[in-house]
Design a protein around this ligand. Structure first.
Ligand code: PLP
Length: 375
């Protein structure tokens, strides 16, 4: 990026992603496979860059949420296995096969559609079965009164022509949340999953080479649930290991610059809605970062920016393309000074708290107009 064009950017450290990959790798049992979740443009870090790195590092699998995300990676030259976590219409079965993509199958009706299409093409589609053990989103329901039917439907799906069942997985709802209740909920999900896997083997002779359930929360809090493959996203990007530190490093620094400095008298209203009124002579920095870049408007007046000389409180309502910060006590700051919204020096959790959200949403809310600068 040309220095004069510097406005707002996301500095991404591929070294830190590599570091995090290796830290997680060395934490999981040897022989356990590693699937890196790179959906939503790798949580805002750039799917192609992260996927290339993971491929070079020797990761075993990638996951994305939809066909378009998978095709971006294939078109960019990624050859490693890619699992699509979400729904793909059966009409794209040929495209999935053509591109060696693995499709999640979440119920019998969809399995039959994929099967019919694959058989018509005389080809085989690689699939992973998804079991709904308590997330209540996608997946075969196998709980309580649905147990028999659910397991039977999975078995029927796996025996359909044109489908090659390589894996089976489930997803946890509260593996990243503390407390006994969440622990027993997660353990219940896990044992239901194991029960389904075991029944499929004992009653139908179906064995899946890849059984997986561990998202970031489970990698950290339930290492005994790693099974054949772990499936972390957030950990790769440097967050989510507060409960059991894995020595991860944040990979994105969201940085903006001071465009203008203004001096106001006490009693001056700052920004839309006149929500903030100065109480002293105030030196205000106008920053080139707004909600159209990814600073949630909900954080207005509740967050702050890291400067080389300390934290600058954000004041007034966040605008689309700009926001204001109080630089009165940071007299060294000047036009062009770089300030960090989150990353190495400003904790993303503080911003998440201020905006009433979670680091995940902040990372993938960094918008298209923010250039990614790779280090
Ligand atoms: C997003 C996602 C993950 C990764 O979740 P993290 O909490 O970021 O580790 C894993 N599995 C599935 C099914 C997902 O949708």
């Amino acid at each position: 990026m040309n220095d004069l064009q510097k406005r707002t950017w996301a500095e991404i450290s591929l070294d830190n992603i590599k570091h995090n990959y290796e830290a997680i790798r060395s934490d999981i049992p040897s022989g356990c496979r590693f699937l890196g979740v790179v959906k939503a443009d790798a949580y805002g870090h750039g799917a192609m860059r992260v996927a290339s790195l993971l491929q070079a590092c020797g990761a075993d699998y990638l996951a994305v949420s939809c066909l378009d995300e998978a095709l971006e990676l294939r078109d960019g030259g990624i050859t490693m296995p890619i699992l699509i976590l979400g729904h793909t219409p059966w009409q794209y079965t040929g495209c999935l096969i053509e591109n060696s993509l693995t499709q999640t199958v979440t119920n019998l009706a969809k399995a039959e559609e994929y099967s019919a299409e694959a058989a018509k093409l005389g080809r085989e589609l690689l699939i992973h079965i998804k079991v709904d053990t308590g997330m209540s989103r996608l997946g075969f329901l196998c709980d309580g009164s649905l147990s028999e039917k659910g397991i039977e439907n999975i078995a029927r799906s796996c025996s359909l022509p044109g489908l090659h069942p390589e894996g089976i997985y489930t997803h946890f709802a509260v593996s990243d949340e503390p407390g006994e209740e969440n622990r027993s909920y997660t353990e219940r999900q896990f044992s239901l999953f194991l029960h389904v896997v075991e029944e499929l083997q004992q009653r139908y002779g179906i064995v899946f080479p890849l059984r997986h359930c561990a998202n970031s929360g489970a990698v950290v809090n339930y290492p005994e649930m790693a099974l054949d493959m772990v499936r972390p996203g957030l950990l790769l990007y440097g967050y989510g290991d507060e409960n059991r530190p894995l020595n991860l490093k944040p990979c994105m620094r969201f940085v903006t610059t001071v465009s203008t400095i203004k001096h106001y008298e006490p009693g001056t209203f700052i920004s839309y809605g006149r929500k903030y009124e100065t109480t002293r002579k105030t030196r205000v920095g106008v920053l080139a970062l707004g909600y159209a870049d990814g600073l949630p408007r909900a954080a207005s007046g509740k967050c702050s920016f890291a400067t080389p000389w300390g934290m600058a409180p954000q004041i007034g309502t966040v605008c689309m393309d700009m926001c204001m910060a109080d630089l009165t006590d940071l007299y060294e700051a000047e036009v062009g000074t770089e300030v960090e919204l989150f990353g190495e020096h400003a904790d993303i959790h503080a911003l998440a708290e201020a905006a009433g959200t979670i680091p995940y949403e902040l990372l993938c809310s960094v918008t298209k107009r923010v250039p990614r600068v790779y280090k």
